[in-house]
Write a protein that binds this ligand. Sequence first.
Ligand code: AMP
Length: 264
Amino acid sequence: MQNIVVTGKSGAGKQPRIDVLVSEFGLSQLSTGNIFRHYLGVFKSLGHERSPESYWDAAADGFVPDAAIRAALEPACAAKGIPVDDAVLGLKAARFVDAGLFVPDSITNALFEGAFQKHGGRGLILDGYPRTADQARFLLDAVSRAGTRLDAVLIVDNEDELIVGRTIGRRICPKCQKVFHLEFKPPKDGRLCTACDAEVIHRSDDTEEKIRTRLAEFQKKTLPAIGVLTGEGIPQVRVPGNLPVFTDEIVRASVMEALAPVLK
Ligand code: AMP
């Protein structure tokens, strides 16, 4: 297995399937959502008083020039020893991620390409990328430039209403990314990661309104992205996100069974 795309609605249950792929095939997870959250954290650590929205030029339908954003963030970055480019990226990502909207393709593709190249374009589980038809075409190009391939698109299916319920209670470990649910898979003492003891967080975009925005984004933009990949002959396999009994072994079996025809 060289590379596999794992896709599905946000909150469908991708992470347990990704964990199976990591342990079965020794692949590494490349998650654009995690990359964005890293930069968001960098920006938020500055305690900057202005909102990301205030750097948006509605008439131009884009951010004010980078030089203006850099100038505003530079003093705090210098004081804290933070690279100003990372903070600028975090500020830009925050405007979209916090609203449950997709980050524009130009920002996402550039960020993805850097991470993809760092791994030599192989051995990756692409999580949350591509999410638009433009990103899918960019990915096909990046794969062909790297001389590697995409082996499959694994789609995790789930119902909107189940996702809304599960996502509101979701908590994430900011250190190791382990996912919990307040009711179904509670963190230790209701707040600590069972793997590394860090205090779990409630993602800023895990509110009902923002989840529904993300679900609409999936229908409008991500389904066409999957279409671009399957149009190129990349095999598509589906697994149910919701299993009547949810154990590590049942999840593993469900993923391996779905992939069997591709692995032959
Ligand atoms: P995720 O953790 O994959 O649900 O991603 C969290 C948020 O990051 C999304 O709601 C988007 O705001 C942003 N994001 C992650 N991946 C992408 C992508 N491929 N394209 C655009 N925005 C993305």
